[in-house]
Design a protein around this ligand. Structure first.
Ligand code: GDP
Length: 366
């Protein structure tokens, strides 16, 4: 057919007639189905991890984070086999509200400890918001520009599926894998809001709280519990015309800390000011952290705390499994709504309704 643009009115332009496309470009090419990726065995995972292979470590962490039951079984075996190689590290929890400067600081802190102490650093995160937003705001590689390209670092965003307890357990298991892979420094970052600090505190040796100098009454905003957990409080952004304010805030914190009972570790938490952005006072922070580690290693608290944490996680895991098993039991899921309504209508008390559901659950178990 003649192309319309070859008409008289379109002068100076001819459109060539097209040629039909061949059905196959290379008739001899056999299209192969891409083979499904073979599932690695427990032995292969463990061997790779212990050799320090970061790709295999990453894949193992993905396995730990997977919700598929068959992956969970495999993951547990890998973790168990890695356990003898783990534990030889310093684990630091780093917390602060959004904007406190966690990512800027971790970038600088990470480079500092790697330079000063050598070894390898893993940065993990527990991000309670990721469950809702389906996206983690912590541990994102792009937030730590220098560290993310450092050959001795491994940055992993927060696991996103499940309850805070579940997310935290996965991070704890990831710590074991990272340690088995030779990472002897572990940072666990969390947003300083809500329950996540307690979770982080239950898996680290040192809990560092990043704060900002504010309006003078900054202490109001922090929950007492969080301050009591801190082994060190550091006031960030002590630079420019903020230096005096930061110093003042530090004095406030020091005073407030005096009111708390002495920590079980025998350590008196320190308060320092610094600037992550301008790298001022960073060395002092890490001298403090390592001073603490030496101190608690000598007085036995280091091992004591790790044992307590191991115990805590055993009970946490039991609690979580029991809860899951209860709420996913078909008998219970059918009855839950009904009982809830009875309680709301005043037909049953909370306790009798709970009792009935529990009886139902346990008699179903027999
Ligand atoms: P995060 O939300 O806690 O991870 O905080 P970011 O590290 O993303 O920092 C929040 C903002 O504070 C960014 O705009 C940083 O540039 C800025 N910031 C971080 N550290 C400092 C610091 O030491 N001094 C100053 N002046 N600004 C900083």
């Amino acid at each position: 057919m003649k192309h319309p643009e070859n008409n008289e009115e379109y002068k100076g332009l001819t459109v060539n007639e097209g040629v039909a496309q061949p059905s196959v470009v290379n008739p001899y090419l056999k299209l192969k189905k891409r083979p499904k990726k073979r599932q690695m065995s427990v032995g292969e995972y463990v061997e790779g991890i212990v050799k320090g292979d970061v790709t295999i470590l990453s894949q193992a962490v993905t396995l730990v984070e997977s919700v598929k039951p068959e992956h969970q079984v495999l993951a547990q075996e890998v973790i168990e086999k890695c356990l003898p190689y783990s534990g030889y590290s310093v684990r630091i929890g780093i917390s602060g509200v959004p904007g406190a400067g966690k990512s800027t600081s971790i970038d600088v802190f990470g480079l500092h400890v790697l330079e000063e102490k050598g070894g390898r650093l893993a940065v993990l995160a527990i991000d309670p918001s990721s469950e809702r937003s389906k996206g983690s705001i912590l541990g994102d590689k792009t937030r730590m520009e220098k560290l993310s390209v450092h050959p001795k670092s491994f940055i992993r965003p927060s696991p996103s599926a499940g309850s805070l307890g579940g997310v935290a357990r996965k991070t704890r298991e990831t710590i074991i894998l990272c340690e088995a892979a030779g990472f002897d420094k572990i940072f666990v970052e969390t947003v300083g809001v809500g329950q996540s600090e307690t979770a982080v505190h239950s898996m680290v040796d040192f809990f560092l709280l990043i704060q900002l100098a504010g309006t003078g009454d900054e202490l109001q905003g922090i929950k007492r519990g969080i301050m009591e957990m801190a082994d060190g409080i550091v006031i960030n952004k002590a630079d420019g015309n903020n230096i005096e304010k930061a110093k003042l805030a530090a004095a406030h914190y020091r005073n407030a800390l005096h009111l708390f009972p002495a920590a079980e570790s025998g350590w008196t938490p320190k308060v320092l000011t610094y600037s992550g952005f301008y790298n001022i006072g960073v060395k002092e922070i890490w001298d403090m952290v390592y001073e603490y580690i030496d101190f608690v290693k000598k007085n036995g608290y280091f091992d004591y705390r790790r044992n307590e944490q191991a115990k805590y996680w055993m009970y946490e895991t039991i609690n979580e499994h029991l809860r899951d098993s209860f709420y996913h039991n078909p008998l219970i899921t059918d009855m839950l709504q009904k009982k809830e309504q009875e309680v709301l209508n005043g037909q049953a008390t909370s306790f009798s309704a709970a009792r009935k559901l529990l009886d139902m659950y346990f008699s179903g178990m027999k």
